[in-house]
Write a protein that binds this ligand. Structure first.
Ligand code: HEM
Length: 475
């Protein structure tokens, strides 16, 4: 009897434990902590930064992909990183799970551009500013800029064509700066343009320099130039307000904006976003233009075919006497494919940075909270599975649309480039006037790449430009 009651007691005790055991068991089986991706994190603190910066970054990333596959870890610039080299992974980070990955930039760079620039943000503020930027760069708005972009392009080309050797990248930077200013302010007073140009140039020089508070350094000069830019932008804003001018350009949209609570943008927010857009627009477009000139120069047959396409348009426009129309710019199929192929080959933005805001699991791998995440656009664009013979420049590959998420020179998802149509329009216009009225010749050894940080042909592609004798006769 005693034994029986003891057994009953034990059973009761065990059954009272059951729910607890069950819960415990459930927790145990639920999600074992996923493992970190394969890869090496190099030396303590410096990680693999030296390897990345002492060799061609293409080689660094490509070698890692061959060794570890499409997801691997590394440690660069003081941060643990997960690198992702597949279209699905890039889509996961930038599109479907974008809310789990915030944009991340070094504080020193944020100080120079201004902390309110849209690309440092996520959520409501980013959305509001992005809509304004997208509106100012929509096809309906930029089509009206064609005549002004043409005159910027023609006067730039004429100024290069005096037989001197010029640094193509530098002159393309000047050109894309002017187009950036046009899309932000419309036709801006020359005095303001010059002051903005001068100070933006100092800012840009300091952006990639070592951040230090020592007076006289490029970084310190850039910080001072950034302050002056705020003053200049303040004057422009004040003038607009006084004249009560309502414009469709970006500044006009910023000044008109009120959120649901009637809140307007502060002058600092406007200034940071103007500098941010200029920054996003200038070096990217200038790099693309420089590569296009190189690829066309190196592919003579292709250049002749592009020239034939553009000459037909030029003739329809009475030898260039009439301005290009929007429809014409949308009907340059070969030139357009040359642009796409150049963006693929050069992959100007080789990767973007994000930071995981919580622990995230992707394909059984853990991306820990706080780690940097880098979708590798260049690896995707150079993967032979998506682009056969990826090292060959072949615009005809774009006769068929690339597979989804395999061609992302302008990014993907909530931060994808709102300026992509303007960039392509600017390139089409420049190429039209270049090949119909000018010739150019690349000078010196031309095959290296300089990373600063965008990949640019060595020495900025030194070249000589001159006007086509036939186009001179027409004048
Ligand atoms: C060939 C030229 C260009 C290339 C290759 C390019 C590429 C890109 C890429 C890859 C991104 C996404 C960055 C990320 O996800 O972190 C981006 C964002 C951006 N781009 Fe461009 N871009 C170009 C030209 C322009 C131009 C001409 C403008 C403006 C006039 C512009 C304005 C912006 C802005 C404002 C963002 C930030 C968007 C956001 O955070 O919501 N870009 N660009």
């Amino acid at each position: 009897m005693e034994i029986a009651s003891i057994l009953i007691y034990i059973r009761l005790f065990l059954s009272s434990l059951l729910p607890y055991l069950f819960i415990k068991k459930k927790t145990k089986v639920s999600k074992p902590r996923a493992k970190l991706p394969p890869g090496s994190t190099g030396w303590p603190y410096v990680g693999e930064t030296l390897q990345l910066y002492s060799q061609d970054p293409n080689v660094f990333f490509a070698t890692k992909q061959i060794r570890y596959g499409e997801i691997f870890k590394t440690h660069i610039l003081g941060c643990p990183c997960v690198m992702l080299a597949s279209p699905e992974a890039a889509k996961f980070v930038l599109v479907t799970h974008a809310h789990l990955f915030k944009p991340t930039y070094p504080k020193s760079k944020e100080r120079l551009i201004g902390p309110s620039a849209l690309f440092f943000h996520q959520g409501k503020y980013h959305n509001q500013i992005r809509k304004l930027v997208q509106g100012s760069l929509s096809p309906d708005t930029i089509r009206e800029l064609i005549p002004d972009i043409e005159s910027i392009a023609i006067s730039a080309l004429e100024s290069w064509a005096d037989g001197h050797i010029i640094n193509t990248f530098h002159v393309m930077k000047k050109l894309s700066f002017q187009v950036g200013i046009l899309s932000i302010f419309g036709l801006l007073d020359r005095n303001y343009r010059e002051k903005l140009n001068e100070n933006y140039h100092i800012l840009n020089k300091g952006y990639n320099s070592f951040p230090t508070n020592i007076p006289g350094t490029a970084y310190q000069k850039a910080l001072l130039a950034r302050k002056r830019l705020n003053q200049i932008l303040g004057e422009i804003i004040c003038e607009r307000k006084e004249k009560r001018m309502v414009e469709k350009d970006l500044l006009g949209r910023f000044l008109k904006f009120k959120d649901g609570n009637g809140q307007i943008l502060t002058e600092d927010q406007i200034a940071d976003n103007i500098i941010g857009v200029l920054f996003a627009a200038q070096d990217t477009t200038a790099t693309a233009l420089t590569w296009i000139l190189k690829y066309l120069h190196d592919n003579r047959k292709l250049l002749e075919a592009v020239k034939a396409e553009q000459m037909a348009i030029d003739q329809a426009n009475n030898g260039g006497k009439k301005s290009l129309t929007w429809t014409q710019t949308r009907n340059m199929p070969l030139t357009y494919k040359v642009i796409l192929e150049s963006l693929r080959m050069a992959s100007i933005i080789s990767f973007v940075f994000r930071e995981a805001i919580i622990d995230v699991e992707y394909k059984g791998y853990l991306i820990p909270k706080g780690w940097k995440v880098m979708p590798l656009f260049r690896n995707i664009h150079h993967n032979p599975e998506f682009f056969p013979d990826p090292h060959i420049f072949d615009p005809s590959r774009f006769e068929v649309s690339p597979k989804p998420n395999t061609f992302i020179p302008f990014g993907n998802g909530v931060h994808a480039c709102p300026g992509n149509e303007l960039a392509k329009l600017e390139i089409l216009i420049l190429v039209h006037h270049l090949v119909t009225k000018f010739r150019w010749e690349v000078v010196g050894s031309v095959d290296g790449i300089h990373y600063g940080p965008f990949p640019v042909p060595q020495q900025g592609l030194p070249a000589r430009f001159w006007q086509e004798p036939t186009s001179l006769k027409q004048d």
